[in-house]
Design a protein around this ligand. Sequence first.
Ligand SMILES: [Zn+2]
Length: 77
Amino acid sequence: MIAETAKKNFLTWYYTEHEKGKWKKCSKCGEIKLAHNIYFSKNNSSKDGFYSICKDCRNKKKNKIVKIVKRIPYKGD
Ligand SMILES: [Zn+2]
């Protein structure tokens, strides 16, 4: 986890100060994050090659779906 944070901090610095990278606003949480596969999942059908919502939001969405599925009562018999 620490290494992951360090990597993100480095990338943020790198694309801010060194190489002006592309930044992307997540359409879900509205946070502006680096258009990099560490923040956004790749999506080949998208214009810029990434999903419009960040990985965090995608993961949250996934977890939510799992929870909903688990909550559905069994209606057998
Ligand atoms: Zn987001």
